[in-house]
Design a protein. Structure first.
Length: 84
């Protein structure tokens, strides 16, 4: 039980950190453009591979999605703060 908690915390942190640069780039692109779409979706296969390699089941995907969304949001805020 303790090992799975540490694994989940690490995977969520990786999801957040992986999405930071993509959120930063996404914030600088036109909404609903191809770049915008790609910046949101490119990290997903990497997170799938990490989750599968770590042996974490699909029922923890919402937790990893929260980390990814938070990474996108924080990356966008970093871009916004830099440009304003």
């Amino acid at each position: 039980m303790e090992v799975i908690m540490i694994t989940l915390i690490l995977l969520t942190a990786v999801a957040l950190l992986l999405n930071l640069p993509f959120g930063y780039l996404r914030a600088g692109s036109r909404k609903f453009s191809l770049k915008w779409f790609l910046y949101i979706h490119i990290p997903i296969p990497f997170l799938f591979l990490l989750r599968t390699y770590a042996g974490v089941t699909y029922k923890y995907i919402p937790l990893l999605a929260i980390g990814a969304i938070l990474g996108q949001f924080l990356g966008g805020r970093l871009n916004h703060n830099r440009t304003s």
